[in-house]
Ligand binder design. Sequence first.
Ligand code: PDD
Length: 275
Amino acid sequence: SVILYQDKFLQREQGLVDMEDRGYQFGDGIYEAIRVYNGNLFLMDWHMERLVRSARELRLDLPYSAAELTENIKELVRRNGIDDGLVYFQITRGAHHRQHDFPKGVTPVLTGSASEMVRDPDRTHGISSILADDIRWLRCDIKTLNLLGNVLAKQAAVDSGADEAILHRGDTVTEGTSCNVFIVKDGQLITHEANNFILNGITRRFVFALAEQLQIPVIERDYTVDELLAADEVFITSTGKEVTAVVKIGDQTIADGEAGPITRRLITAFSAEVE
Ligand code: PDD
């Protein structure tokens, strides 16, 4: 496959990681994952705005403008011949002999890839989840390469035969390991507010827009594990999973084990936007 390295297109085998790269040593960098539908980058502007925000929060100087980056990523998609797929790219603070504080005069390192990802024609089957303690740091709003808290929770899910882990801080449900979590109660959507405890997902925001079109009210607030387990429906949102029902949490079946009616309406509305 063809990868993006800074502003150059290389064969994947030609891309080498410098062992002194701060992304490698500290997870000192940021990333985005963007969906490609019919050869087009989906909600690219929103992803770029979030990237710029992540960079600002980490005081990382982006080596390219959002416009340059967008052009190069479009070219990456084109060179890989991707119609339906996923772009991943990351920017680290750069390579320097290891020191914790920011080294002076380093150039950030950008790497990106594009791969095929085919949409499931039937989006209505649900996934299973476990509950896991949210042990991550307190800046989950920044899309950084530091994902060990997410990785460990996801592995705990896989180890117990589940697809996903829904994270909670104390009684409060925050999000999934790589997705946001919504509950449906009495015809309303409830999801954690966009603060430092969650990533403000692009799909989450897109679902707000779909819900408005469908006249489904959305409430952003803390909700508890008990509310989650007593919900009429539960679904997750992410770039990869779009809108996906959660039909089992631990031993508890949600919504009779199937995607519920409001989740289905959102899935249909989502598909209409991307097909
Ligand atoms: N994950 N929360 C977390 C912790 C995430 O890592 C993600 C995305 C989301 C959903 O964000 P979005 O709707 O913008 O994809 C929420 C990406 C897909 C990943 O790590 O691969």
